[in-house]
Design a binder for this molecule. Structure first.
Ligand code: B12
Ligand code: SF4
Length: 477
């Protein structure tokens, strides 16, 4: 084992309904890669205890301290300990690397400040989507909060350079930007048993783990940062390895059923891709699975797209149907400049349901919408929630469509952020100072943050509609 030791940290997800729904994969990809290169790498999961969460919500305090957190130290050898948060654990490592999405930034900054003050021998690194889309902010943090290294893109190579001592700390943060042109030789992410046991999500009656088969997305939705990021695929061998590890993990923790979910931005994209995923799923004996697709693809390919999915146990698809308002759909630009019709959304739901597939339909409320726009989406959601699915889940219960209504949050790096910043969307103005704690669109009780100073209708009206739509969710899925 090499001398330098790395601790990868996953900051808490304070506003999520449940912190243990999906594993945050970034650190696990980096852990397996560095271990393959001979380094000792542990993972620290920070999370709120239910009591800590209740106390914080009652005080309406966000990001004022890390003292209310619990920590789970998952060591590379598989051992695991849980305790109250104590920064001294970081002192045993030469490098601490934090994997940060924007709503986790406040906690990551606090941890960084503590480490710099109390454990100055530890090098600090920030990676993940926050460093990618908010690079200007992260690179200009005040000195007490500044990281030694900022990794805005892929973490594999930069982290290896840091651990090898090929780059040294300087007085200013060093940005290490690297994009792997080929993901083919990478190992599958780690799936530590003690951690996997904590995750609690089911699809059609089976406990579920998730993975991604590629990075990037060929589409251009104006609310999304991933718009037009080149698609890079992991190797089929790596996906195969990952699926069989997850299947064995299900067995080892005593799950009598097992499901897999592909969180890909490029899931059920073409009949060929569906064939490929279906073969991998059935080879590993999963009882059921879920993946994402697009309404226009279902309408275009129909059974050709859905048949292999259903035949290998596929019971749910996720579709970003976004809105029932044609005006809003045109603004979103879901199909790279090509028109998408709201009627396709109704049609896609019908085709999927007739084929025995339930739909998890994701929609949003947009701050320029008037009452007619809201009514059009509510009508679509009522249709989704009422339409019958022609199949049952593994417990014999009728499958049901699920609906989700969020308020769109324009992250930096999206087209809508630029348009709103430039005041080019009528009726809408962003709040002057952005609080990352408000940059989420799906949180506790299905609620969303509110990053706006001005919107077409008052916030309360949008939230009332949101509550009604989310009340149409079924009691199981
Ligand atoms: C699965 C997923 C989830 C899952 C699991 C979370 C996770 N991070 O894995 C769940 C459902 C919980 C989730 C929740 C949310 N998500 Co999400 N999610 C994804 C998704 C689809 C895949 C993530 C993934 O596994 N990618 C594969 C890995 C390999 O990529 P990666 O994590 O970016 O890691 C690479 C680099 O970033 C870097 N890296 C990562 N960590 C580290 C650490 C160090 C030290 C270093 C050096 C490098 C490094 O190296 C890795 C290899 O290159 C991404 C989109 C995407 N395709 O990435 C969105 C994405 C990350 N999510 C996003 C958002 C907005 C959210 C939510 C806010 C939504 C909401 N509910 O309101 C929440 C936030 C939850 C929270 N943490 O507080 C945004 C993040 C935007 C931002 N500015 O941070 C993304 C980019 C989607 C998008 N385009 O809008 N998400
Ligand atoms: S919302 Fe999905 S399809 Fe649209 S750009 Fe983002 S990742 Fe791609």
């Amino acid at each position: 084992m090499r001398q330098n030791r790395l601790l990868l940290v996953k900051p808490p997800d304070r506003f999520l309904e449940n912190e243990f729904v999906y594993q945050q994969l970034g650190p696990h990809y980096i852990q397996s890669y560095l271990m393959e290169n001979g380094f000792d790498v542990d993972i620290l999961i920070l999370y709120e205890s239910p009591e800590g969460r209740a106390a914080r919500i009652a005080k309406e305090a966000l990001g004022s301290s890390l003292n209310d957190l619990k920590m789970m130290l998952v060591k590379a050898d598989g051992t695991c300990t849980e305790s109250d948060f104590d920064v001294s654990v970081v002192g045993e490592y030469s490098v601490v690397g934090m994997s940060v999405m924007t709503p986790q930034a406040v906690d990551a900054y606090m941890l960084n400040e503590l480490v710099r003050k109390q454990l100055p021998h530890v090098l600090t690194v920030i990676g993940g989507s926050h460093a990618r889309y908010y690079l200007d902010k992260v690179a200009n943090l005040p000195t007490d909060l500044a990281f030694d290294f900022i990794v805005p893109q892929d973490g594999w190579q930069p982290m290896l350079e840091i651990m090898n001592g090929e780059v040294k700390r300087e007085s200013r943060p060093i940005v290490l930007e690297h994009s792997m042109s080929d993901l083919k030789g990478l190992p599958a992410p780690t799936r530590p048993l003690s951690l996997m046991r904590k995750y609690d999500f089911t699809i059609a009656g089976a406990p579920t783990f998730h993975t991604v088969t590629a990075l990037g997305c060929p589409f251009t939705c104006n609310f999304c940062e991933s718009g037009i990021e080149a698609v890079r695929k992991f190797s089929e061998e790596m996906i195969e390895d990952d699926l069989s590890t997850m299947r064995n993990t299900h067995k080892s923790i005593g799950n009598t059923r097992s499901a897999i979910m592909f969180f890909d931005d490029v899931g059920l994209l073409s009949p060929r891709q569906v064939e490929r995923l279906s073969t991998a799923v059935s080879k590993n004996g999963f009882d059921t699975w879920r993946a994402f697709t697009h309404a226009y693809l279902i309408v275009k390919h129909k059974e050709r797209l859905l048949r292999p999915f259903v035949e290998t146990g596929g019971r749910r698809v996720g579709i970003g149907i976004e809105t029932g308002s044609q005006k809003t759909l045109d603004l979103i630009n879901k199909r790279n400049g090509k028109r998408q019709d709201v009627r396709d959304h109704y049609e896609a739901i019908k085709i999927a349901n007739d084929n025995g597939i339930a739909v998890d339909a994701f929609t949003m409320i947009y701050p320029w919408e008037d009452q007619d726009d809201l009514d059009a989406t509510t009508k679509l959601i009522e249709f989704v929630s009422e339409n019958k699915v022609n199949e049952c889940d593994l417990d014999g219960r009728p499958l049901k469509n699920h609906v989700d209504s969020a308020i769109m949050s324009p992250y930096q790096g999206t087209k809508f952020y630029d348009l709103m910043k430039g005041k080019r969307i009528p009726y809408v103005e962003l709040a002057d100072k952005f609080d990352p704690g408000r940059m989420y669109y799906k949180g506790v009780d299905g609620g969303s943050g509110w990053p706006y100073k001005r919107s077409r209708l008052p916030r309360e009206e949008y939230e009332a509609v949101q509550r009604y739509r989310n009340s149409l969710r079924p009691s199981y899925r």
